[in-house]
Each structure stands twice: as structure tokens, then as C-alpha cells.
Write a protein that binds this ligand. Sequence first.
Ligand code: FAD
Ligand code: UQ1
Length: 454
Amino acid sequence: MVLASFSPLSAVARMAARNSAFQSKRFLAQVSATPKIHDQAKPSSYKVVVVGGGSAGLSVASTLAETLGNKSVAVVEPSDVHYYQPLWTFVGSGLKTFDESKMAMSEVMPEKAQWIKDSVASFNPTKNTVVLANGESISYDYLVVAAGIQVNWGKIKNLPETLGKNGVTSNYSAQSVQKTDEFIKAFKGGNALFTMPSTPIKCAGAPQKIMYLAEEQWRKAGIRDQTKINYFTGLGKIFAIDKYANELLKICKARNLNINYFTDLAEIRPDSKEAVFNVLAGDAKGSTLTLPYDFLHVTPPMGAPDFIKASPLSNADGWVDVNKETLRHNKFDNVYALGDCSSLPTSKTAAAITAQSAVLKSNLLGDILGDNKEVAKYDGYTSCPLVTGSDKLILAEFSGYTGQPQETFPFDQSKERFSTYFLTKEIIPDIYWKSMLKGNWDGPAKYRKLFGAA
Ligand code: FAD
Ligand code: UQ1
């Protein structure tokens, strides 16, 4: 009823629902018309091999398998479970259950794709092959790399052994996210610390979203007066885009959340319950800062996956080296990449993948089918729904290439709103499962145009 009173949002909801209903009918028709081939004997050569069955891999593989037909597309993916990680902010604050964030990989794997349940160990792009962890070699005409970002838990001293115990948690793993809400609710006041590393990470807003949600819970529990909240970021800004950073700083001030810049978590001392930070800038640069904690939410450093870093596909920083507009590899013409493992210089989110996947599919299918009228170009679109409470959100949408906002709706999205909170919590997950993973959601660009934005 809230949506009905707000037409731009309800337009998105209605169109997405129609799309989902249409797609699920189409999907059911396909299921009955075509046999499941996931478990059949595997060929060792494919038209397209997709590495990774996460948000990026599946949104591309669905369309490719549908267009190219049975046995043309293989997805190499070791995990039994697919996670909708954007829900983990809500899971960590008790607003959604963990089970709502997961689905069996067999359920989301495209019907006509061959699932190779293993990891890629190495790439041989001059021979058009990938080698699996089991030693098998798979050959391809085209390769799509979508293996995500690597979370480097071990780079924080004592983090692996302290995570999930005594108030130390993180929304960045499937295991520890299930501890966050328990620790928030068990907290009785004292020092609460939230960290953000200086490395690139997935969803750069997530480290602070959980702080807003925890602070709200502690306020409602009547323990806010006995609680000091500190946010430590390895960067020099709270958010990359000023329009949203300015609003976030106002919220932090009003809610007495202390922001500390250029401080990177280096070590946890579980016995004394202390966190040690490296100071990266200013007069104290090179020194360390040690603080006691009663609650500690860690966002660990992240980086390119090691097996990509060690391959001929990587750039100097280890990411798959692709053209930022076409998503085609800069050296190997039959290789593409998208999502968190790619070199695309924008903020790493599932929302960004909605726009990237449309571009990649258009260009790759143009190569394969030879019918490319025009090269599709990615403009750096990304989005970060910055949840600031259990009923409000700032919906940051921008291009990482221009640094300019690219908002979908005809209102100022930098203001906290219930409508965008509802969209993010209740509608976008449905769009993800029912449309994006089936290759049918290219992001909100067309709605942006519909609502009159440039
Ligand atoms: P992933 O979805 O991580 O998938 C990578 C896949 O590759 C995995 O299935 C993995 O098993 C597989 N893989 C890894 N290594 C290999 C290998 N060697 N061989 C084969 N397969 C391999 N995004 C948003 O848009 N909005 C949000 O609000 C948001 N909030 C977030 C909050 C949190 C707490 C987290 C953790 C993430 C959030 N994100 C959000 C980010 C979003 O989840 C990621 O950007 C997105 O999932 C990236 O998709 P991907 O396919 O590149 O990587
Ligand atoms: C989006 O399309 C998307 O992918 C399904 C997300 O991933 C979780 C998002 O967070 C956002 C914000 C979008 C953008 C969608 C709209 C309707 C603005």
C-alpha cells in the first residue's frame, strides 16, 4: 500500500513482477520441454566456459545457454550453494533470515548449461583451455571470467581464529553473518568498533550500514548512553561520491558516530579484547593505535583471487584485464570478464553487474552469432543501497567512471526514505532471484529514462 501511493517505485515493482511472472512461465515451459543436463556425462569442450556461478556468472550464463542451446555453455562453480550476499546486511541485523539469502546451486544453475562442479586452478588463454582443480582440462571458444573477489581474512592477525567468538563478527562470510545479530543483541554497552579496509571491497557501503542498524538497536534497547561507537576506515572519505557522503556525515554527527579516517585494522588481541590499527596518514602516520572493544564488526581486506593474479589474464593489480567499456580482455579477444574479479574501475556491486552483464552478452553474442550491429558500452553504473535504519535508506546510484550520480527515480535519492528501503529489502531480492539470475534484468537504466533522467 505504501508503494501504491508512490508511482515511480510502484511502476518498477509492477514491471518487475510482470517480468518475473512471464519469465517463470517461460522457465516452466522450458523445464518440461528440455531434459535436465546438469548430471549427464560432461564433454570437455564448449562454445563458452563461464568461470563462477555467482551473481555475474549466472546472469550471463542463463542468456548464453538459452540462446546457444544445450551443451554449448559450461559453468565452472565449486559451491553447492548460491548466496544473495546483498541480503547479508539485513541478515546481520535480524531483519531477514539467513535462509532467505541462499538457494541450492542446482536450483539456480541455468537448465541448459552444463554445471562443472569444480574450481578453475589455472588459465591457458593461448591454448583456449582452463585447468580444473582435479587436473582436467576444459577447452572453449569463448571464456567469461566471473569468479568474484577474494576475502583475505588471514591478513588481519588473529582474525580467522577470533571470528564468530566473543563479540567479533563480520557480515562478509556466510558463517559469521549468522553471528552478527546475536552479538548485537547480546551487547550490554561499552566500545563498539566497525572497520573498513583501505583495499577495494565488494559493496563499499556495507561496513557502515551495519553500524547504523546496530546503533538503532542499541538506542531502542536503552543502552546507547553507555555505548561508544567508532568507525575506522582505511580511506579518507566515508563514501566516494560527495552527494551521498555529505548526507552520511550529517547522520553520523546527529547519531554520535565517530568517524576515523586512514586507519586500517591490523590485529585483534582476543585475550585483552583489543583492536590494533595502522595509522596510514597525518602526523601519526606509521604508528599504531590500540583500542579496547566489546563488539567488533570487521570488514577484512579483499583483493583479486590468487588464481587470477597468477594467470596471463591479470593486470598489474591482479584483476582480469578488460576494456572498461566493452568488457573484452585487453590481450585475448575471446575472453571477457565482469563483476568483482574484473578490472572495471567502478564500485564492486551486484547492481553494477546488472548493467555489465547486458553489455557483455550483447558483445559476446555479437562475436558468436556475427550479428553485432553496434558495440555495446558499459558506462560504469553502480549502486549502493545505504541502509541507515530499520525503515530508511539512501539509495546511492552513480557512475564510477564519471563520479556523477545516476539516479533512477525523480526524487533526491540522497535523502533517507522508507520507499527505497522497501524497494531494497522486499522488491530487489525478488528481481534478483526471478529475473537477474535468469538473464532478464539489465538494471534500472530503462526506468531512469522513463522517469525523465538523462
Ligand atoms: P560472487 O557473487 O561472489 O560469485 C563468485 C563465484 O565464483 C562464487 O560462486 C565462487 O564460488 C566462484 N568461484 C570462486 N573461485 C572460483 C574458481 N577458482 N573457479 C570457479 N568458480 C570460482 N551488492 C549490491 O549490489 N547491493 C548491495 O546492497 C550489496 N550489499 C552487500 C553486502 C554484503 C555484506 C556483501 C558481502 C556483498 C554485498 N554486495 C552488494 C556485493 C555483491 O554481493 C557482489 O558485488 C556480487 O555478488 C559480485 O558478484 P560476482 O559474481 O562477481 O561474485
Ligand atoms: C539492482 O538492480 C540490483 O540488482 C538486482 C541490486 O542488487 C542487489 C541493487 O542493490 C540495486 C539498487 C539495483 C538497482 C535497482 C533499482 C530498481 C534502482
